[in-house]
Design a protein around this ligand. Structure first.
Ligand code: ADP
Ligand code: MG
Length: 692
């Protein structure tokens, strides 16, 4: 392997390459666009495009594409060759500023959630210079935003960039009150990515994994994760080779993959990159997921990014570590050491607490999908109820502020903001509450609800927007105050008191928590349809429109797409279940019990009693008959699905189709344990999870 520093970012048109290849004035102009968000000077674009093309060609690229994130959650690209005919039968490699800045993919095949009716099919993509271009598979990929011709946003990047702008704007106002002259505040994100690796040959024999990304059937393996021997355990050599290759591929793309380790479930692993700006982190995570799948393939694996590929063992999430920092690197969620630093920290902390409380529904919506529903509320994941964990030290501080009581026994006076220093807050202590969906981990918050296959843009749009709105209110109030210190203390106390209900340091998996949460008036949106109906609640529309992030139509379109995607996913799963039941599972049960029955007949014909086998035949026959009934019930449920109103269809899928599927599965899994291995039509959980 080449030296890592040489390798790192070698496929990225990054700042170093720009400095090297661009004329000074062009570089400066582009740099201004990147750091300050100023519009790009069109005369600069041609020069940049040409330098980018020369660089890409020198790295073996032949094509370019605008790389964008439509509302499906995946990334899209349309490749064009650099080739330009000269008219004499020869070609030259060309790439213009116009081609760099703007592309025109056909928008009609991407979901628009009803927006399509109001605009023509075409959309356009525009370069996002804040995310570096990179080379993938001999193609220069240019990160872009995607809009309709009438300007409606059709992607996840544009609203993310807007949310970053507004949170920056409002955070700067707050910092000014503390005498700080920040020019830009950036939302920073580090997504920890969980995944499963299974053998490609096993995958090929599981139509459910191929069609739906998860196993729709499968009895638990005799050994699961109960020994807890996989987490941070030694890594299988084949997996280690995969991880080494993955690191190298990610480093080339400038993705700072830092940690690779085993996770709790057998065959489950995690990749954590170093944090970056929210926009870059989101682009890079999309890219990382793609690279993981490709590298897995080279090693004879399939990388499963589904949230719940296997029942009975942990699912996969994506922990979204989030903070805010200034252009000089000051982390606004770092508690600091002096009373004044502490006061500023407490204000930002309070802002996040209120943002999460006011917009519990939006955070839940940002992680809602059929796949993630299996995870949220299940035993390993944060429950579907959003709450905030701040750790014992801060909880004590908050209590003191709210009650006005002396802090830390008799030694300290009442917590006087701006005067009294905070006790030291431990960084990321290991016994922190793993059951909390939204945990403060020393100098950042970790949102643990996102699913492993998610585009994290949506979560960060919600977070940035909600925090921006609160900071705006705080800045309005504090700018108008005559005595800043007094106003600050009063505000923090009032706000923490008003939003204390969202703070929960207890066990999020506990059976009593949902009841307690209900008493506190917290939302418990148990599944995707239940969550998504709140997307266009009055307060949410007000948030998005007042910050200029989404129009009401854009919110409705996203709501519609989410519901439709949910209903389609359940429908595909149900049809795949039916297919497997009718064509593979039931026939296998019939064949096996038939074979055993024949053996019984032969034995009995020579006078050998065969009571146990007879009992087995009877058991399988009875269960198979019951399974056939449940299969028919599932089919009837699928056929009776209502059409028209998307929210109604989605609800029906959650309440009627999904339970019918689970009923059939339960019996099929029991039968799996009775039928001989040679007869069972596909690899079992043991085969899938405990390969060598
Ligand atoms: P763990 O949660 O497994 O203990 P770490 O605390 O080391 O791991 O970090 C988890 C992730 O949080 C990493 O991706 C890291 O880069 C990211 N992170 C650290 N600081 C920040 C920050 N200020 N803003 C956003 N993400 C951060
Ligand atoms: Mg973590």
């Amino acid at each position: 392997m080449t030296q890592v520093p040489e390798l790192f970012g070698s496929m990225v048109f990054n700042d170093a390459v720009m400095q090297e290849r661009l004329p000074k004035n062009v570089y400066r102009s582009l740099r201004r666009t990147i750091t300050e968000g100023t519009a790009l000077d069109p005369t600069v674009a041609d020069v940049v495009a040409s330098a980018m093309k020369d660089w890409a060609v020198s790295k073996g690229a032949t094509h370019f594409t605008h790389w964008f994130q439509p509302m499906t959650g995946v990334t899209a690209e349309k490749h064009d060759a650099f080739l330009s005919p000269c008219g004499d039968g020869t070609v030259i490699m060309e790439f213009s500023g116009k081609e760099l800045i703007k592309g025109e993919p056909d928008a009609s095949s991407f979901p628009s959630g009803g927006l399509r009716a109001t605009f023509e099919a075409r959309g356009y993509t525009t370069w996002d210079p804040t995310s570096y271009a990179f080379i993938k598979d001999n193609t220069l990929c240019i990160p872009t935003a995607f809009c309709s011709y009438r300007g409606e946003i059709l992607d996840k990047k544009t609203p993310l960039l807007r949310s970053m702008d507004v949170v920056s704007r409002e955070a700067i106002r707050v910092l000014r009150l503390f005498g700080k002259e920040a020019r830009r505040v950036t939302a920073t994100v580090g997504p920890e990515q969980e995944y499963f690796l299974i053998n490609k040959s096993d995958y090929a024999k599981r139509p459910d994994l191929i069609l739906t990304g998860r196993t729709l059937f499968g009895a638990p393996s005799p050994k699961g994760q109960e020994m807890e021997d996989h987490y941070f355990g030694s890594i299988r050599p084949r997996v280690k080779a995969f991880m080494a290759d993955l690191d190298e591929a990610l480093w080339k793309l400038g993705i700072c993959a830092k940690t690779e380790h085993n996770e709790v479930a057998p065959s489950q692993h995690e990749m954590a990159p170093l944090f970056a700006t929210a926009n870059l982190a989101s682009d890079q995570n999309q890219l990382a997921m793609e690279v993981m799948k490709k590298v897995a393939d080279k090693h004879g694996f399939v990388c499963l990014l589904h949230e719940k590929p296997f029942e009975g063992v942990n699912g996969s999430g994506k922990h979204n570590n989030w903070s805010l920092s200034t252009e000089t690197g000051e982390n606004l969620l770092d508690p600091g050491k002096t009373p004044m630093e502490n006061a500023q920290f407490l204000l930002f902390l309070t802002a996040v607490i209120r943002a999460v409380d006011d917009y519990q529904d939006l955070l839940r919506i940002s992680v809602a999908s059929a796949g993630n529903d299996h995870r949220l509320g299940a035993n390993e994941a944060p429950p579907a109820i959003v709450s905030v964990y701040i750790g014992d030290e801060l909880a004590e501080v908050v209590d003191t502020i709210i009650s006005g009581a002396p802090h830390d026994g008799e030694k300290r006076r009442a917590m006087d903001i701006g005067v009294t220093a905070l006790p030291p807050i431990p960084l990321d202590n290991s016994d922190r509450n793993r059951t909390s969906p939204f945990a403060f981990t020393g100098n950042k918050f970790e949102f643990r609800m996102p699913g492993s296959s998610f585009n994290i843009a949506c979560t960060n749009i919600m977070l940035n927007a909600a925090v921006a709105e609160v900071l705006r209110d705080y800045a309005d109030e504090l700018e108008a105050a005559k005595n800043f210190d007094a106003a600050l203390s009063a505000l923090i106390r009032r706000e923490l008191t008003a939003h204390e209900r969202i703070l929960f340091n207890g066990n999020g998996y506990g059976a009593d928590w949902p009841e307690e949460a209900a008493r506190r008036g917290l939302m418990n949106l148990r599944n995707t349809p239940e969550a998504l109906v709140h997307f266009d609640d009055e307060k949410n529309l007000r948030l998005f429109t007042s910050l200029g992030i989404y129009t009401p139509e854009e919110v409705h379109s996203r709501q519609e797409i989410g519901l439709e995607e949910y209903a389609k996913t359940i429908a595909i799963e149900a049809k795949t279940s039916l297919d497997l039941l009718k064509k593979q599972i039931i026939p296998a049960c019939i064949a096996y019990s038939g074979d055993v029955a024949q053996g019984v007949a032969v034995k009995q014909s020579i006078g050998v009693p065969a009571e146990s086998e007879t009992a087995l035949v009877r058991a399988i026959t009875d269960k198979t008959a019951a399974l056939m009934e449940r299969t028919a019930a599932l089919e009837a449920a699928v056929n009776a699905a209502p059409e028209g109103d998307m929210a109604g269809t989605a609800r029906y899928c959650a309440e009627t189709v999904l339970p019918a599927m689970e009923d059939a599965r339960a019996l099929a899994d029991e039968l799996e344990l009775l039928v001989g291995q040679d007869h069972w039509p596909f690899p079992t959980y043991r085969d899938l999870l405990f390969y060598v």
